[in-house]
Design a protein around this ligand. Sequence first.
Ligand SMILES: [Zn+2]
Length: 102
Amino acid sequence: MSSMTDETQTNEALEQWKAEMQAEHEAAIENPDPDEDHRIEGVAQVSYRVSFTYDEESDELQRAETEQVEELADPELLSCSCGVRGMTRAEARTHVVAARNE
Ligand SMILES: [Zn+2]
């Protein structure tokens, strides 16, 4: 067995695993558990510029000012309180609509 064949088989196994994960992900999105609460959430970060002043007494830099340098943006990937993670906005919408229609 050549290493080329090994690699092909590894890639095929990986592709198959990815396809299975994707199918599971889609099933979880489209068939929300009716016994769970479904609240969509995500984590967003905002950057600040922070300036410091030198304090002689403590011989340390101390935070002086903070300035928000970007607006809060919605996170790209969302999750649901029922445990489904890594959803796009469209997938999260599909999920809550499906939960509502059950
Ligand atoms: Zn959910």
